[in-house]
Ligand binder design. Structure first.
Ligand code: DGL
Length: 257
């Protein structure tokens, strides 16, 4: 079984990382659109053009299912995309539903962090109207974290200062949970932890996305597990593969803090 996973960059590796644990027998094809990252500060039209090119790539790779491991791309990919392609397409959205189902008291606050496109998008507004009955969620756009992640700058003072400044109208210790509504933000759990209360929990959409993949995709077993990496359609070089290893090991570290 061939499973395509794409993101604007290295954020979606956190989704791949989870998928590798849950689906041991599949061939994964990971596409990072490094040429066009970051998506979150571009126009909807531009992002849709990038997605069109990526879809053509995955058609040529004959995937059986595709995961859009990017909340930003998912927020602008319309239903028409799903109907146009012969394989299931699984998108991502900030895991607000999971957060309000976990923190059910009206006074429990939830911070939804994502890119500007996701924060301003209709999809998130509709999701909040549907699930955030007690208005527990506050929204914050943190586009610079995508730049920091692509530069492998995770723990610097600059990162911490940036998060603190962006948060200045909110009181960090009030939050029961942070919804990581951008896959790039998974790399910053230690930085968030230094700013928020020790009790603040992280909620991301990775588990839900892979569950959805298993529900939607026909599970054609492969003999073993393999992953191929592409950067904007070009196979990753040895140097890039080493970079990917650094990112994946970082995820290991933060997942088991
Ligand atoms: N990783 C992407 C997401 O989940 C977006 C990053 C970007 O701005 O390109 O939203």
């Amino acid at each position: 079984m061939n499973i395509g996973i794409f993101d604007s960059g290295i954020g979606g590796l956190s989704v791949l990382h989870h998928a590798l644990k849950i689906i041991p027998h599949a061939n994964f094809i990971y596409y990072a659109d490094r040429k066009n990252v970051p998506y979150g500060e571009k126009s909807v039209f531009e992002i849709q053009t990038f997605i069109d090119e990526i879809m053509n790539f995955f058609i040529s790779k004959k995937v059986d299912a595709l995961v859009i491991a990017c909340n930003t791309a998912s927020s602008v990919a319309t239903k028409e995309y799903r109907d146009k392609f012969p394989f299931p397409i699984i998108g991502m959205e900030p895991a607000v539903k999971k957060a309000v189902e976990t923190y059910t008291e009206k006074q429990q606050r939830i911070l939804v962090a994502a890119t500007p496109i996701t924060i301003q998008g209709n999809k998130l507004r509709q999701l909040l109207n549907r699930v955030d009955k007690y208005h527990q969620a506050d929204l914050i756009a943190l586009p610079k974290l995508v730049h920091f992640a692509e530069l492998k700058q995770f723990d610097s003072l600059e990162v911490e200062e940036y998060i603190k400044t962006a948060l200045n109208q909110y009181c960090a210790v009030d939050y029961s949970a942070i919804v990581l509504g951008c896959t790039h933000f998974n790399y910053f759990k230690p930085s968030f932890q230094r700013i928020f209360s020790k009790k603040t929990q992280f909620i991301d959409g990775n588990e839900g996305t892979i569950k959805q993949l298993l529900r939607k995709a026909p599970l054609i077993e492969s003999y073993s597990q393999s992953v191929q990496f592409y950067f904007s359609g070009i196979p990753a070089t040895t140097k890039e593969l080493n970079e990917i290893k650094t990112y994946l090991s970082r995820l290991e570290e933060v997942y088991y803090l």
